[in-house]
Design a protein around this ligand. Structure first.
Ligand code: HEM
Length: 200
């Protein structure tokens, strides 16, 4: 069921592409390539924020059982990012290495996108139970890379904003709230540990 919900953004895009192929411009508008890259991009950042949100809501509602959904949301995020980057390479850069290299120079926001992608790759690879067992406490340390990915993804969006900074302001504000929740949680845990140590 949760898997189906996470698949909705992709199903919507496939439907738009279907309409576009049948009736050009009615499915994806005047610039279908850009529309596909943007749709996959915006849902990549939304799924990443949602993945971070799952941990916060599990703590705030004291429902640790919710954590079990985090891995699936994280893997869907990674899948969406891979589709986003693939659509950029195929539809915008037309698999032309010179165009991609030019883009890296002329559109620095792509470097931020690449940093976010690079941070997500080890998280996706080590998302299995086997890796979690193998890495033990280093697994939690490694998975802090998700914060690097989130900040880089936000910089990617902020840097490419064409008109208003409204969208990056909204995603930025949500990310700050997610970070505040984590800082408060860490401080509380530390305080509880110190008190427990003082008592024993
Ligand atoms: C190598 C990695 C990446 C490349 C080459 C890349 C490329 C692009 C390009 C070219 C656009 C603008 C398309 C246009 O002109 O309309 C874009 C937009 C976007 N990308 Fe990426 N991206 C990358 C990674 C990421 C990652 C990791 C995320 C999020 C987790 C992301 C989220 C977004 C968002 C939110 C937009 C804006 C969509 C909109 O305005 O509606 N991108 N990306």
């Amino acid at each position: 069921m949760f898997w189906c919900v996470l698949a909705i953004p992709l199903a919507l895009l496939i439907n738009d592409i279907r309409i576009e192929l049948a009736t050009p411009t009615l499915g994806l508008g005047a610039d279908p390539e850009d529309a596909i890259v943007d749709h996959l991009g915006i849902w990549s950042i939304r799924l990443l924020w949602f993945t971070l949100f799952i941990s916060s809501i599990a703590r705030l509602t004291r429902q640790p059982i919710l954590i079990q959904f985090r891995r699936m949301a994280g893997l869907w995020t990674f899948a969406m990012v891979c589709l986003h980057v693939t659509s950029y390479v195929l539809l915008l850069a037309r698999v032309d290495l010179m165009v991609i290299l030019d883009d890296f120079v002329e559109r620095p926001y792509i470097i931020a996108g690449l940093s976010a992608l690079s941070s997500l790759i080890p998280l996706a690879i080590t998302s299995t139970r086997g890796w979690r067992r193998r890495l033990r406490q280093n697994w939690n340390r490694l998975h802090r890379l998700v914060y690097v990915a989130a900040i880089a993804a936000w910089i990617h969006l902020f840097w490419l904003e064409r008109a208003t900074f409204e969208e990056s302001a909204i995603y930025g504000a949500i990310l700050i709230l997610l970070f505040i929740e984590r800082i408060v949680h860490t401080m509380r845990t530390r305080k509880r540990k110190q008190t427990a140590k003082a008592v024993t």
